[in-house]
Ligand binder design. Structure first.
Ligand SMILES: C[S@@+](CC[C@H](N)C(=O)[O-])C[C@H]1O[C@@H](n2cnc3c(N)ncnc32)[C@H](O)[C@@H]1O
Length: 439
């Protein structure tokens, strides 16, 4: 028997929620005041609520025909100002109540065409994005509203040519697994096609090397090859078919060469408030050393290395570390620059950086799960004068702070939103050592 529920609020994940048998239940894509008719299906952990009918007064046009089918955007049905409020308000209140700190809030100025990288899966029947809640199914996406007009033009131009090469995950036929489009602030488009390794040195490949540059608008074209079963894009052995293997981004007056396979902030204008926050906090810094943990290919080291005499960085990915070494040595030939591959989360190896933490500012930019108690404790014991903790998951950051707060206090914080229509945010906290005498 179907039941009915009234949506009473919106969660921080941007889902609507109502109460079923006294328990709070989330319903995707709903608005406050909606009445939903639903069926409860499955059992135990697999129990879910399938909406059969929705009565809503929300007539807002989500502006994308794929919204609710594709798993990308979660909240196009809500006005952006409301999205930001639901995402950020609870964090603002939490820091105010628990740390007496008023976080600076910076909503996004651009809510469409903001992502500089999109990865589209290629299946025989569809080229597009994963279906909401089903990794194996693809929604055929002809254009994506959160990527640039130029990237959409590229997607339209190349899809028909590429369809016959699609890799069939069931039969193993075909070769092409992913299309990755990266568009720089200066308008440089890089198209990366990821094939199964079996495509290498075939007659199909030679034909495509000849024909594809005629069809594509991209300045740089890269073919990438990895194992047929690997569901990863723009990774592996590669071939530059046109242009070069990196593109350029200008950030805070510096030109960065971004290798086609490297992480780069997906929305630079949306991330800029964080960079400005760090830069303004560093203006009067007298610290000798910068320690960049989870440094990737040295983004923060490159941008802020000028404030320090020595630059140290650690990350688990060897190719990123090599890029950080090359870039920072070139940018800062007269400084001491040292980057090293290290698994920072298992803490198995001898963590050299703790030997010299005095006169040091620490940059932390961990993956979504944060530092975890082990590393947070270790950092808490260090004599760093301050810490910039940058996070793409303010929830895990909040958890880590529970450990760090013993020795560090928050002096400033900022939340910004490089990811409109999704539940994600970015934040930065500036932490200062509590006991100056000890430092
Ligand atoms: C959010 S990214 C930050 C990258 C860099 N700060 C930037 O802005 O380009 C997180 C980084 O953590 C690294 N990482 C993930 N797990 C790690 C681990 N166990 N030990 C060290 N680094 C790790 C990833 O390789 C990635 O570069």
């Amino acid at each position: 028997m179907p039941s009915s529920v009234l949506i009473e609020g919106i969660s921080t994940q941007l889902t609507g929620y109502g109460f079923v048998d006294g328990r709070k239940v989330d319903f995707s894509y709903s608005s406050i005041g909606d009445t939903l008719l639903f069926e409860t299906l499955g059992r135990g952990k697999r129990k879910y609520h399938k909406v059969i009918e929705k009565k809503s007064m929300n007539l807002r046009n989500p502006g994308c025909e794929y919204f609710t089918q594709c798993g990308g955007c979660k909240a196009r049905h809500l006005p952006y100002v409301d999205q930001f409020k639901y995402k950020a308000e609870h964090l603002y209140n939490y820091y105010l109540e628990n740390y007496k700190i008023e976080l600076e809030l910076q909503p996004s100025l651009q809510t469409e065409e903001y992502r500089n990288r999109m990865d589209f899966a290629v299946f025989p029947q569809a080229i597009g994005l994963r279906q909401e809640g089903n990794f194996r199914k693809i929604v055929d996406v002809k254009e994506c509203k959160i990527q640039s007009t130029q990237s959409n033009r590229e997607l339209r131009a190349i899809r028909e040519y590429l369809v016959p090469f699609a890799y069939n995950r069931k039969t193993g036929e075909g070769f092409l697994k992913y299309i990755t489009l990266r568009f720089s602030m200066d308008g440089e488009l890089t198209t990366i096609l990821t094939f199964t390794s079996l495509f290498r040195e075939t007659e199909f490949e030679s034909k495509m090397i000849r024909e594809f540059p005629e069809i594509s608008y991209a300045k740089n074209i890269i073919f990438c090859y990895n194992r047929p079963q690997a569901e990863v894009s723009a990774v592996g052995e590669f071939l530059v078919v046109k242009g070069r293997e990196f593109f350029q981004e200008k950030v805070m007056g510096k030109t960065l060469n971004v290798p086609f396979d490297s992480f780069f902030q997906p929305n630079l204008p949306g991330f800029k408030p964080i960079l400005e926050f760090i830069q303004s906090s560093l203006q009067d810094s007298k610290n000798k050393r910068m320690l960049d943990l989870f440094c990737g290919s040295g983004f923060f080291s490159m941008l802020f290395g000028e404030f320090f005499e020595e630059i140290y960085g650690y990350d688990i990915v060897p190719s990123s570390i090599q890029k950080a070494i090359d870039r920072c040595n070139q940018e800062y030939p007269n400084k001491k620059v040292q980057f090293q591959v290290l698994d920072l989360l298992t803490l198995k190896e001898n963590i050299l950086f703790f030997e010299e933490t005095k006169d040091t500012i620490l940059f932390l930019d961990p993956p979504r799960n944060g530092l975890g108690t082990g590393l947070a404790k270790k950092i808490g014991e260090g004599r760093f004068s301050s810490i910039f903790y940058i996070s793409c998951n303010p929830e895990s950051q909040r958890y880590d702070l529970e450990v760090l707060k013993e020795n560090f206090k928050i002096s400033r914080g900022l939340i910004t939103d490089p990811y409109p229509h999704t539940p994600h945010l970015e934040s930065v906290l500036l932490l200062e050592r509590k006991n100056d005498l000890f430092v």
